[in-house]
Design a binder for this molecule. Sequence first.
Ligand SMILES: Cc1cc2nc3c(=O)[nH]c(=O)nc-3n(C[C@H](O)[C@H](O)[C@H](O)COP(=O)(O)OP(=O)(O)OC[C@H]3O[C@@H](n4cnc5c(N)ncnc54)[C@H](O)[C@@H]3O)c2cc1C
Length: 388
Amino acid sequence: MDFELTEDQHAFADTARAFAQAELAPHAAEWDRGQVFPREAIARAGELGFCGLYAPESAGGLALPRLDATLVFEELAAVDPSTTAFITIHNMATWMLGTWATDEVRAEWGEPLTSGQKLASYCLTEPGAGSDAASLKTRAELVGNEYVINGAKAFISGAGSTDVLVLMARTGDAQSGASGISAFAVPADLPGISYGKKEEKMGWNSQPTRVISFDNVRIPARNLLGREGEGFKIAMKGLDGGRINIATCSVGAAQGALTQAQRYMQERKQFGKPIASFQALQFKLADMATELVAARQMVRLAASKLDAGARDASTYCAMAKRFATDAGFMVCNEALQLHGGYGYIREYPLERLMRDARVHQILEGTNEIMRVIIARRMLEGDAPNAIR
Ligand SMILES: Cc1cc2nc3c(=O)[nH]c(=O)nc-3n(C[C@H](O)[C@H](O)[C@H](O)COP(=O)(O)OP(=O)(O)OC[C@H]3O[C@@H](n4cnc5c(N)ncnc54)[C@H](O)[C@@H]3O)c2cc1C
């Protein structure tokens, strides 16, 4: 087992760090304050391959291992978790389309998406179906050689500013559960699609979140991803990687916050000496670093399980998401505390990092649902071999 990164992996991380410093760091606070979606910056990330990091080459992606993708996302998130999180969602939806679309649809959308010229949203959640996503009600009826879509999706990241929607909708009857769900690529500007108001959020302000309504929206039958009834499986496969990505955004935010706190403790003087000389604060710093390293290693372990196609990869993705998003929020919060009152004002990035990291404990499956997934796996028949 080798925990060292290869030269290539260091190079990916260096490129991402340089991009983050040049393109994200100078604007992240202003995008947060003004709720600006930085489409041009995302397109420039696309020029470096960051919009199709693990999408298949047949769709114009780099087809990198998930582990390598985490190195890029961590560097970006250390500066701007909100914009980075959107880029990760776009990567997830692009991978789903690139993997399961028909050749025709892949040829139409693959290159524009992986290059960042066009953007994708992932549409699973509904107003009445959050944690219980398999109870979703949006319908897609096959009529001739078209599907007709009716229903609504809630909390959709990027909605209103993206070009294609990777949509999960019911093709089976109302009682069909997960096996009655199919996935589709839906152009975002079709007649019958309407967007709700931009949600006012605590964080993730550089990306819009909206409800999307579908009223007799017609798409060609070839826009089905995979086969009818495979949509929930496809959505969950997307989320395995998505959970690693969101966990990575927390690790990045935490690293950004910890670096700031470490510096600040040596600069800030109280009682005639740097606050770094107080052992209570040194211990806090040590705990933050320890949690952060544990979170990073767990995320990389889950990513390597997914890369290897391990049987228990989904369980590790859930564990990494649960642990890293909790640890990441804790580290951001403690870093804010170490800044005293200055941590609470917007001149410093701590409050933004903390606000952005908070939602990672909620989305792509709440951390309670991560526990449901882990425990279910442990209590299955083959439990002794489930987690090692
Ligand atoms: C900013 C933002 C962006 C988002 N982006 C997207 C997106 O791009 N695409 C998308 O599809 N979705 C998106 N979501 C939706 C997100 O995935 C859901 O909010 C999340 O899955 C939780 O669903 P819910 O909000 O309906 O909460 P609920 O499911 O109603 O849960 C409420 C509470 O009950 C708990 N709970 C529920 N069931 C159980 C159980 N069985 N055991 C224990 N506890 C339980 C939950 O953990 C939570 O604490 C986004 C959400 C936010 C806030």
